[in-house]
Design a protein around this ligand. Structure first.
Ligand SMILES: [Zn+2]
Length: 100
């Protein structure tokens, strides 16, 4: 097993997985890796904190869709960890619209 290293330098991109394993590769950045470059994992809570400038709600959906799959129609992502900036798909649960 190669050692997972958290490095963030120009020319390197970070690859991530919901389980929290991170490795770096010198490859052409993909959409997934671009997202990874804006995520700071919190080792205490396991949360992935979004540090990008764009809106967090949109990024949560983006990360979830890339790593997990499509979000069911009209569902929104609800945090199970209570951290508003968290984009870790393991902490996000698709929730159907409220019924009445
Ligand atoms: Zn979280």
């Amino acid at each position: 097993m190669p050692k997972a290293r958290r490095r963030h330098h120009a020319g390197e991109v970070t690859r991530f997985a919901p389980q929290g394993t991170w490795t770096t590769h010198r490859t052409k950045p993909t959409r997934e890796q671009h997202l990874g470059s804006h995520i700071e994992p919190d080792p205490t809570t396991g949360c992935w904190l979004w540090n990008g400038q764009t809106n967090k709600a949109g990024q949560q959906r983006e990360v979830y869709t890339v790593l997990v799959g499509p979000i069911p129609a009209r569902h929104r992502l609800r945090h199970t960890c209570g951290t508003s900036g968290c984009v870790n798909p393991a902490h996000l649960t698709p929730t159907p619209p409220a019924t009445r």
